[in-house]
Design a binder for this molecule. Structure first.
Ligand SMILES: Nc1ncnc2c1ncn2[C@@H]1O[C@H](COP(=O)(O)OP(=O)(O)OP(=O)(O)O)[C@@H](O)[C@H]1O
Ligand SMILES: [Mg+2]
Length: 326
């Protein structure tokens, strides 16, 4: 038996006027997995989501696109029945209550009144919106609106969901709540196609990550595979005493030196074993470093390596002390 992927697209193309947004990209998302399309503003993430969810048609000359086993061009209705889409910009109507928004979705999905009420009650409970249910959605916080948005997407019980930047603009706690929600969906067997500008988010959630750059997939793989693209894992030792610095230099051998900062960088995969070996060599030579930091390559490194460091990607990296210290 061959396993049919939840999403499979070949040579996906889209131009607006003479601007090529997607220049022939291939995407395969196995069922029950999280796929993350990563890219900065204007990379074409929303365009890809809109095409795969039948809202926008691809250019002529694109290859076959199958979603939920259905040919997107031949049977868009079947695709629509299999998917749920939470757009980048909220679909919540602020003038009516959260509950009314949900019931409206139930109507759109042709659920019976009783079933619509039951599903609505269950989802409001699951997304911690029971208390707010009877209030106008305009009064909700950003995190509540996003939760309501996803709850609305789930009314039709889709097996494949598209989440276009589900956590942009949320505070850290709401982001973590959203990640938990996404993990629970996946645990239920739902396939998630997630776009994000947050490298950390793709790292947390995605089984596979594709980096969109200049209309093409610049790299694709698991977070671990992508991190292997870039070297740069190292232990950094800093000294205040030049004598200790020179002694360490002699004791450690293969290192990158920064004489001005009195700092040494030793290539390392960040494992306990390698760290211990560095410390052992220092101990044996009776040297004590004033500062020790471990840098493991992260997706930021990958992203910058692939796209050049001028791309304004949001990430939490600036918060990390080792980076703040340069
Ligand atoms: N309907 C349209 N008409 C013309 N150009 C468009 C249209 N939709 C998108 N574009 C252009 O296509 C490019 C990709 O846009 P898209 O919205 O897919 O990017 P994105 O990766 O989702 O960006 P963001 O992170 O800002 O949401 C942009 O340059 C955008 O201006
Ligand atoms: Mg977008």
């Amino acid at each position: 038996m061959t396993i049919v992927p939840a999403i499979a697209a070949h040579g996906l193309r889209k131009s607006y006027g003479d601007k090529t947004v997607l220049d022939g990209i291939d995407l395969t998302v196995p069922e029950g997995t999280v796929f993350s399309l990563l890219g900065p503003n204007g990379a074409g993430k929303t365009t890809a989501v809109k095409i795969l969810s039948t809202l926008v048609s691809p250019d002529r000359g694109s290859g076959e696109i199958r979603v939920g086993g259905h040919d997107l061009a031949a049977d868009p209705q079947a695709v629509r029945a299999a998917i749920g889409v939470t757009g980048q910009f909220s679909a919540v109507d602020g003038l009516i209550t959260g509950e009314e928004n949900m019931l409206l979705m139930a109507d759109l999905h042709h659920l019976s009144r009783a079933r619509g009420r039951r599903v609505t009650a269950q989802l409001l409970e699951r997304f911690d919106l029971v208390e707010a249910a009877k209030k106008p959605a305009a009064s909700y916080s950003g995190g509540m609106k996003r939760r309501l948005d996803i709850a609305m997407t789930l009314v039709g019980d889709p097996r494949i969901i598209f989440l276009d930047e589900p956590t942009t603009g949320l505070d850290p706690r709401s982001r973590h709540n959203m990640w938990q929600i996404i993990r629970e969906l996946v645990a239920d067997g739902v396939t998630v196609f997630l776009t994000t500008q947050y490298l950390e988010e793709a790292d947390e959630l995605a089984d596979r990550i594709a980096v969109l750059h200049d209309g093409r997939i610049a790299a694709e793989g698991s977070a671990e595979e992508l991190k292997r693209i870039v070297p740069g894992g190292h232990v950094r030792l800093r000294f205040t005493d030049p004598a200790a610095y020179h002694a360490a230099l002699a004791a450690l051998g293969e290192v990158t030196r920064d004489d001005e900062a009195l700092a040494l960088q030793i290539p390392s995969d960040g494992s306990q074993r390698e760290l211990r070996s560095v410390l052992d060599r220092l101990d044996t030579a009776g040297i004590e470093a004033d500062e020790l930091t471990v840098h493991t390559p992260d997706l930021d490194d990958v992203f910058f390596a692939l796209t050049g460091s001028t791309v304004p990607v949001q990430s939490s990296k600036a918060d990390q002390p080792e980076e703040a210290a340069r």
